[in-house]
Design a protein around this ligand. Structure first.
Ligand SMILES: [Cu+2]
Length: 67
């Protein structure tokens, strides 16, 4: 399963790494790719979207599922 998230608030490579790390820490996540300029994260695995969003929010960024 692939989930695409819109991530708002990332401004530099450090933000990108924080978001990547947060998403990778969610149970069921197999692969994470974060695109800083696009404000996007692509997550592969079985983790539910609400848990992915919560993990990103805990780092101080806002996230929603990209439609
Ligand atoms: Cu930053």
């Amino acid at each position: 399963m692939i989930t695409e998230l819109k991530v708002e608030g990332m401004s530099c490579g450090h933000c990108k790494m924080s978001v990547e790390k947060a998403l990778k820490s969610v149970r069921g996540v197999e692969k994470v790719e974060v695109f800083l300029r696009e404000g996007k994260a692509v997550v592969e695995g079985s983790a539910p979207a609400d848990q992915l969003i919560a993990a990103v929010q805990e780092e101080g960024y806002s996230a929603s599922v990209r439609q």
